[in-house]
Design a protein around this ligand. Structure first.
Ligand SMILES: [Zn+2]
Length: 132
């Protein structure tokens, strides 16, 4: 894991433990993620992050709305996967960024308690995931 990834992890943990973000944390996240962080905050402001949890297992996946006019939604796991183009192109192939804006938005929404919670059965969740 890269140094900036470690810094980001430490900040997310701090934010999660207090459920609020200080100006200093904001500026560090902004420094680490740049434009993607601005995009992520816009997504969270529009309540664009859904956390879909399967019951009874509690396993979950995020569904995050994109910023294009089509308002396409992407399934993503905050820490290691997103179904969007940028994730494969910029992150997996080129290794240029730590994560995409959808993953950032999911992480941010969880940290500040701004997710739209959706409960489904484990069967429904498995069906959703099988389409990824
Ligand atoms: Zn994405």
């Amino acid at each position: 894991m890269s140094a900036s990834n470690l810094v980001a992890e430490a900040i997310w943990k701090e934010i999660e433990s207090t459920s609020s973000i200080t100006d200093e944390q904001l500026s560090i996240l902004h420094f680490l993620f740049g434009k993607n962080f601005e995009r992520a905050t816009r997504i969270v402001d529009q309540s664009g992050v859904k956390r879909i949890s399967g019951e009874p297992s509690g396993r979950c996946v995020f569904q995050v709305v994109g910023e294009s006019r089509t308002k396409e939604e992407y399934f993503c796991f905050a820490e290691h996967y997103c179904a969007c183009y940028s994730f494969f192109y910029d992150i997996v192939n080129r290794g240029e960024q730590l994560c995409c804006k959808h993953q950032l938005a999911a992480r941010l929404a969880v940290s500040v308690g701004a997710c739209v919670e959706v409960k489904v059965s484990d069967e429904q969740l498995a069906l959703l995931l099988s389409k990824l």
